[in-house]
Ligand binder design. Structure first.
Ligand SMILES: NC(=O)c1ccc[n+]([C@@H]2O[C@H](COP(=O)([O-])OP(=O)(O)OC[C@H]3O[C@@H](n4cnc5c(N)ncnc54)[C@H](O)[C@@H]3O)[C@@H](O)[C@H]2O)c1
Length: 337
């Protein structure tokens, strides 16, 4: 049974990935500091191929013996997004960059074969025109979040070797229902606002972004785990699907057709994050197509609100205040942990 180590596995993407890996018969270790609690992974304790270790990627020594026995490490642990990183900048740098570096260095020392890092298309920032961006396109980060991810990608390029394959997956913006759904992401928050308030305030409606369903993110990571690392070792890959670039105004039109009395207020400000991304490099390696699109996800989320599968409590469980609260004492100290 192949052993996979997931750092940040209790998060929005992680719990979905773990569920799929367990169903496929992998042995899964989940390592997480549980910023959002442990309800997302609670049900996995029924599996005998699952182990949870509470801990911090900045302190990976405690998992040295586990890493010696692991085939692949997937690092999802991070402070995620522009505003959360702004609210805890020291911790964001320590976790997203230093933590990733420490985990990768120890993984290499322990002879882990593959190290898969979750980066972001936010690294592209603003794009000058409407051409599809490639991995070689100029980066233009407009946030600390993107800067920590770019630095981590560079570090992994240095660490990659014949025996230690590294890959950085630049994911688009995630959407869709997960075991613990995030509502600070465009599509998911549109669903909630449209359902709850019958109103959407849309900033920069003409901007483009690549999106990717959280379950398709899991499919991509699993496909990477199952593909010969010679095809991607030491590389950066845009991670998503070219047909999943959407303009906000197109998404809004879909909402208007679903909720006929929906009030939409468009605010045409300049958004510094406007980009379309090509995912052809990933497709040529994995030959993987998306299983879901945003329209399936919007339908599913609206249904989940109606049937109260997702409630008000779930919406508030991942607010910015959680991050601010969790790191407030640590932020007072500038020193590295
Ligand atoms: N969600 C998106 O739209 C998106 C898009 C592109 C890339 N990504 C990347 O995918 C990864 C997962 O994102 P997500 O949406 O699941 O985020 P999330 O915030 O839901 O999950 C992150 C998890 O990491 C854990 N964590 C944070 N710091 C840790 C530390 N020091 N040690 C151990 N665990 C720690 C948290 O407790 C949480 O469970 C992140 O690296 C993110 O940058 C996400």
């Amino acid at each position: 049974m192949k052993k996979i180590f997931i750092a940040g596995g209790a998060g929005y993407v992680g719990c979905q990935l773990i569920e799929k890996l367990l169903e496929k018969g992998y042995y899964v270790y989940c390592y997480d500091i549980l910023i959002y609690g442990e309800s997302s992974i609670k049900n996995f304790s029924n599996y005998n191929n699952f182990e949870f270790i509470k801990g911090d990627i900045r302190k990976p020594e405690v998992i040295k013996n586990i890493l010696k026995d692991v085939d692949s490490v997937v690092n999802l642990a991070a402070i995620v997004g522009d505003k959360p990183c702004q609210s805890a900048p020291n911790s964001a740098y320590q976790i997203n960059y230093i933590g990733n570096t420490r985990l990768a260095e120890l993984s290499k020392l322990c002879n882990v074969k593959k190290y898969i890092f979750s980066s972001t298309c936010s690294n592209y920032g603003v794009s000058p025109n409407e051409e599809y961006l490639l991995e070689t396109s100029r980066l233009n980060p407009v946030s600390l979040y993107a800067e920590t991810k770019i630095d981590s990608e560079k570090k992994l390029l240095e660490l990659s070797s014949d025996n230690f394959a590294t890959v950085s997956l630049r994911f688009g913006t995630a959407y869709g229902k997960s075991i613990r759904t995030r509502f600070d992401l465009t599509i998911n928050s549109f669903c909630y606002e449209a359902f709850k308030h019958n109103k959407l305030i849309v900033f920069a409606p003409e901007t483009w972004r690549p999106y990717v369903h959280v379950k398709d993110m899991a499919n991509i990571v699993i496909s990477i785990i199952e593909t010969d690392s010679d095809k991607y070792n030491g590389q950066i890959l845009n991670a998503g699907f070219t047909n999943e670039n959407y303009k906000k105004s197109d998404i809004i039109d879909f909402f208007k057709n679903k909720i006929l009395d929906l009030e939409v207020v468009s605010v045409p400000i300049e958004d510094r994050r406007n980009y379309k991304v090509s995912f052809e490099k990933l497709y040529n390696i994995l030959k993987l197509k998306n299983e879901f699109d945003i329209y399936d996800a919007i339908d599913e989320l609206l249904e989940s609100f109606k049937s109260k599968i997702i409630t008000e409590k779930d919406f508030h469980s991942n607010s910015l205040e959680t991050i601010t609260d969790f790191f407030k004492d640590k932020e007072r100290s500038l020193s590295l942990e």
